[in-house]
Design a protein around this ligand. Structure first.
Ligand code: DX5
Ligand code: ZN
Length: 309
């Protein structure tokens, strides 16, 4: 199944963000999650567009910018200019959420909407068909290192059901208190992008901690076949992509459509029934021909040219 790991640099050493990004990328990070806080919407202040711009210079994976600020509309342009590939905004503060979501998309970034723990799932009912992804907060936003709120698990299922009912195959991201012990559960509940801050950076070896997230997924039941997840991503418009992943390992870079910054978490393993992606990664890593034929197949399906392997 396709699951993207998004280390949150909120818990990294802010004096060495470049090194932090490099470490988690070596560990297989698929996205870099950037928490922007203004001291108003949440009781903490972090970083703004200049920091995102600097991160963009060093990161090779897309920047996933989570705006925890009161007036996101004023800053969306600046964050996209700075290099944000994904921008998520909180439903709690936006009276014109539809306008904001489409403004983000019009700028060429992926638009996500975020639900706080106390916000009912129904708050995204009218916007479900428009969003590129939904972020479910599993802690109250503002700080790293908090405890996962258990109710978030059933909330993931409810969000998935709401999106399905709306005909949307937008992936769900989960953020807060996720570690290698509960990642399988949140993925089983429907999360396809997983943010982890303290579980990665409050360790002596963030590279290793990032790498440890993927094997922890093997306990999650297989919810999608390759074909299903590919079809879902295509339907969601996530397939016009510069990147291709084998599990969490990028192994091919696809041509980037002009002006579009997107990502894709296609599972490209040639999986046999009952075999998990985790097992495939190791086995297929040494089987170049297998991977190449799979990538060729996917590129054909996605109408993309041949890519560099
Ligand atoms: C919380 C932030 C999270 C935070 C997660 O407000 O949105 O992204 O960094 O940190 P952990 O994984 O430590 O809960
Ligand atoms: Zn976040």
């Amino acid at each position: 199944m396709s699951v993207l790991i998004a280390p949150s640099i909120l818990s990294a050493d802010f004096a060495a963000l470049g090194a932090a990004v490099a470490a988690v990328e070596r560990g297989g990070a698929d996205l870099i999650h950037v928490d922007v806080m203004d001291g108003h919407f949440v009781p903490n202040i972090t970083m703004g567009p200049p920091v995102v711009k600097s991160l963009h210079r060093v990161a090779t994976v897309p920047l996933d910018v989570h705006l925890m600020i009161e007036e996101p509309d004023r800053y969306i342009d600046a964050f996209v200019d700075a290099g944000a590939a994904m921008i998520s905004v909180h439903v709690e503060i936006l009276p014109h959420l539809h306008r904001t979501v489409h403004a983000i998309k019009a700028l060429g970034a992926r638009a996500g909407v975020v639900l706080n723990p106390s916000t009912p799932v129904g708050a995204i009912h009218e916007i479900a068909a428009d969003v590129d992804f939904v972020l479910v907060m599993s802690v109250n936003p503002g700080f790293g290192g908090q405890t996962f709120i258990p109710r978030s698990e059933s909330k993931l299922r409810e969000v998935r059901a709401l999106l399905d009912a709306a005909g949307s195959v937008a992936p769900i991201e989960i953020d807060g208190g996720v570690d290698r012990h509960n990642i399988a559960r949140v993925v089983a509940a429907g999360a396809r992008m997983v943010v982890a801050g303290s579980a990665i950076f409050n360790t002596p070896d963030p590279e290793r901690a990032t790498r440890a997230m993927a094997p922890a997924l093997k306990d999650a039941p297989d919810l999608f076949t390759d074909e299903q997840s590919l079809g879902d991503m295509e339907k969601a418009g996530w397939s016009d992509t510069p990147r291709c992943f084998l599990g969490n390992h990028e192994f091919a870079r696809l041509p980037e459509p002009r002006g579009v910054r997107t990502i894709c978490g296609i599972s490209c393993g040639s999986r046999k029934p009952g075999e998990s992606d985790g097992a495939d990664i190791t086995r297929l890593a040494g089987n170049r021909r297998n991977i190449e034929s799979r990538v060729n197949y996917l590129c054909g399906r996605l109408n993309l040219g041949r890519q560099r392997l």
